[in-house]
Ligand binder design. Structure first.
Ligand code: GLY
Ligand code: MN
Ligand code: MN
Length: 432
């Protein structure tokens, strides 16, 4: 790891210390305890699904897999990290990396699951609902103070240079996976083998991915959150959609690429190229002061142009938007905030913390903010052939080219997704 990254991390921790100190004073608390969370076993079993630490805990320590641990923050005091480290011969003992950030904390290794020592007027945040009633009571603090939580989310929306560097590295690692996935597709492998090629090249085990990779061949590319991996290769290769990420020091990449296969009609390859162009145009429109809702609406206008240019819609682009045709081809939002969570916090709020829900006409939009420097967002336009969404259009008199649409249906759909940071002067694309 480079010295530069370590120095950026120390600056990041100093920034959090200042920001938390001010927030605790503002909200009338003298300390805040943040619980890491812990995995819960499946019902009547002793195995648990993969665990991810609470975002506000990771914000400080960058460790995504730490359980049963606490971080206590007090204004003008060194952060106290109570790290669960049982004497346990079944597992590798908890240890911290030999990195400079560790020196910024007072570390307490705890052999038992503890409740941390709290000051008189403390707040507690995290997944504490599963504690016994007596443990919850022993915390003797204000649990989950809503206004403070909104403010902590708001703080996470703006990434420090350290966080941007981590997101950039997560992107670089993910892209090596995407290249391997494309190569595996060219070798006629199936979904599971593409997934395994992705994991191997991006150097991660499946339990560490920031979200379940979406690897859809052919019509599966049109299932927005396709959740299986077929074991064998299909007979025809129309298309491949890979929406797959990587964590780096807690921070997530979320990248999508779509490829035309040898059995696809030529127009599908042209549409993939057009969606790359659409993504680039939208990335270039990212800048401070831009409304993400307006950018989402711009996506629909540009998508309408593509439908008309490629003869899927025989009316005007304006009509395609006005009649909801583009929404049937792209039912999801243009993107979302990205950070320690793939769908990061505070996307649907105003800066003062009041709700800013998605517009009724675009209910799936996860980000309604005006873009500001330091925000990291995804830009992910899509174009899909989803029978369920196209059925109402088929029953209408709208001038769609059904012959062409039906020819494209076995290709499933297209999504192209990059991760970008809003800068003072515009945008930096983190996706190589
Ligand atoms: N990978 C989930 C998303 O793109 O939002
Ligand atoms: Mn995304
Ligand atoms: Mn994605």
């Amino acid at each position: 790891m480079s010295t530069n990254l370590f120095n950026l991390q120390l600056d990041h921790i100093a920034h959090l210390q200042r920001a938390y100190s001010a927030l605790l004073v503002d909200h009338g608390f003298d300390s805040l305890a943040i619980y890491s969370g812990h995995a819960s076993v499946h019902f009547a079993d002793d195995h648990a699904p993969p665990f991810q630490a609470y975002g506000h805990f990771m914000h400080w320590v960058g460790l995504a897999d730490v359980e049963h641990s606490w971080l206590v923050i007090q204004p003008e005091q060194r952060p106290q990290l109570y790290l669960y480290a049982p004497a346990d011969f079944w597992h590798l003992p908890t240890h911290l990396p030999d990195e400079p950030w560790v020196e910024a904390f007072d570390i307490h290794f705890c052999h038992e699951k503890i409740a941390p020592p709290l000051t008189a007027n403390a707040a507690v945040v995290g997944d504490i609902e599963q504690f016994t009633a007596s443990t919850q009571k022993s915390l003797n603090a204000t649990c989950q103070p809503e206004r403070l939580l909104v403010a902590l989310d708001e703080l996470r929306l703006y990434k420090t240079p350290y966080e941007v560097a981590c997101l950039g590295e997560a992107n670089r690692l993910a892209i090596t996976g995407h290249q391997a996935a494309q190569a595996a597709f060219n070798e006629s492998t199936g979904e599971l083998d593409i997934q395994l090629a992705y994991l191997a090249a991006s150097r991660q085990r499946e339990s560490a991915v920031p979200y379940q990779n979406i690897i859809g061949l052919n019509e599966h590319a049109g299932v927005l959150h396709y959740q299986h991996y077929d074991l064998s290769a299909p007979r025809h290769r129309y298309s491949l959609l890979v929406d797959a990420g990587r964590r780096f020091r807690g921070y997530c990449a979320d990248i999508t690429r779509t490829y035309a296969g040898p059995d696809a009609p030529a127009v599908f390859g042209e549409l993939v190229d057009a969606l790359h162009g659409l993504k680039d145009e939208l990335v270039n429109a990212v800048a401070p002061g831009v409304s993400f809702v307006a950018l989402h609406e711009k996506m629909h206008r540009l998508l309408a142009d593509i439908l008309v240019t490629h003869n899927l819609f025989k009316g005007s682009a304006e009509q395609a938007v006005a009649e909801g045709v583009t929404r049937a081809f792209c039912p999801h939002g243009l993107g979302h905030s990205l950070g320690l969570q793939v769908h990061d916090v505070a996307g649907l709020r105003h800066p003062d913390g009041t709700p800013a829900p998605a517009p009724e006409s675009h209910p799936a939009l996860r980000l309604t903010r005006t873009l500001r420097p330091g925000m990291v967002v995804t830009i992910e336009p899509g174009l899909y052939f989803i029978a369920m969404l196209l059925a109402p259009l088929r029953d209408s008199t709208l001038p769609l080219n059904w012959e062409r649409i039906d020819q494209l249906a076995p290709c499933g759909g297209i999504r192209i997704e990059d991760n970008v940071v809003v800068t003072e002067s515009g945008v930096d694309n983190l996706t190589p």
